[in-house]
Design a protein around this ligand. Structure first.
Ligand code: SER
Length: 319
């Protein structure tokens, strides 16, 4: 690898595990973590960390120079539910940080960019099942509007300036190492903590709300795979549909009950129900499977086993 990797937003839910994986693959000293706050002990101790605000272009530029960075993973963002409470702040964080990085790539300061998009780019007028790669997109959340706009800009910078930017429309990502920060799909993580701490959970989404979901390891694999693929294979320069599973709170609760028969679930939908209702239930990701051979590994059963195992271990360690 010619230069080093900078991960912005490295201490978040995906950033944490992505940083650890990239350090494992490319060497601890070659992967620089940055965030406004410090992260987990494992992350802080395994390689370099630099405090940085994703919106502070001068600070980011200084890090690019200091470490001879050639690739940036821009993982900082305000998620769907939190963004609804601070629309302008969310817009500024989600958009300005992307413009800074796209412009650095345009000016040849960096060679390759990863920027995540989301199923939130879709809206109530989008076909709900097996949502195609190219379809109607009228997102109704600030987060969704920012991601859709970001996708357009990524494609624009690629077409107009040859910027090598790559992107995935992540579904809800399920993991236990670091908690997500205010998403609509977070119930599918909280449910495991509820099950193991209280034998029960009250879901903020209704029982039949189907959403596309994925275990963290698959999301990390997809991210590494799309970044390692030869440039000519990346035909979609907005963002690829990416899919593994699709389930409802009821289906997930039943899968947990197979392992923990005494687990009880209740439903009290709140403002996040409307956001979930505007998103697809399942996604057609055949373009990613065809273009760069994407394939997921985790099904519902293995996801539930990993989550129950991982969260129990954490609870034991906290005692
Ligand atoms: N998991 C995200 C959210 O719920 C979707 O990208 O906001």
């Amino acid at each position: 690898m010619a230069g080093k990797i900078l991960i912005i937003g490295a201490c978040g839910q995906i950033g944490t595990e992505l940083t650890l994986k990239l350090r494992n693959l490319y060497g601890n000293q070659n992967v620089i973590a940055s965030d406004i706050k410090e992260g987990s002990r494992e992350l802080m101790e395994s390689g370099p960390f630099e405090p940085a605000d994703a919106n502070d272009a001068r600070r980011v530029e200084a890090l690019l120079d200091q470490y001879n960075i050639s690739q940036v993973y821009l993982m900082a963002a305000m998620l769907s539910a939190t963004a609804e409470k601070a629309p302008m702040k969310a817009w500024s964080l989600n958009m300005d940080s992307l413009f800074h990085i796209l412009n650095f790539a345009k000016d040849k300061k960096i060679e390759k960019v990863f920027w995540p998009s989301s199923i939130a780019v879709f809206g109530p007028t989008t076909p709900k099942n097996d949502t195609p790669q190219t379809t109607i997109m009228e997102p109704t959340t600030v987060y969704g509007i920012s991601k859709q706009t970001g996708e357009r800009w990524c494609e624009y910078f690629h077409n107009k300036y040859g910027v090598d930017v790559r992107s995935l429309r992540y579904p809800g990502i399920i993991s236990y190492k670091t908690l997500p920060g205010g998403g609509t799909t977070d119930y599918a993580i909280e449910i495991f903590h509820g099950a193991l701490k209280n034998n029960g959970y009250t879901s903020f989404l209704a029982e039949d709300t189907g959403l596309p979901m994925m275990y963290m390891d698959d999301a990390i694999k997809a991210t590494v795979d799309i970044m390692e693929a030869p440039s000519h294979k990346i035909r979609v320069r907005s963002s690829y549909n990416l899919s593994a599973l699709s389930f409802t709170p009821k289906i997930l609760a039943e899968a947990i009950q197979k392992e923990m028969p005494e687990f009880k679930i209740a439903y009290e939908p709140d403002f996040r129900q409307k956001i979930a209702d505007s998103w697809p239930s399942s996604i057609d990701d055949s373009e990613a499977r065809k273009d760069w051979q994407w394939k997921h590994d985790f099904d519902l059963e293995s996801l539930v086993n990993e989550m129950l195992g991982g969260v129990s271990e954490q609870l034991r360690a906290e005692k």
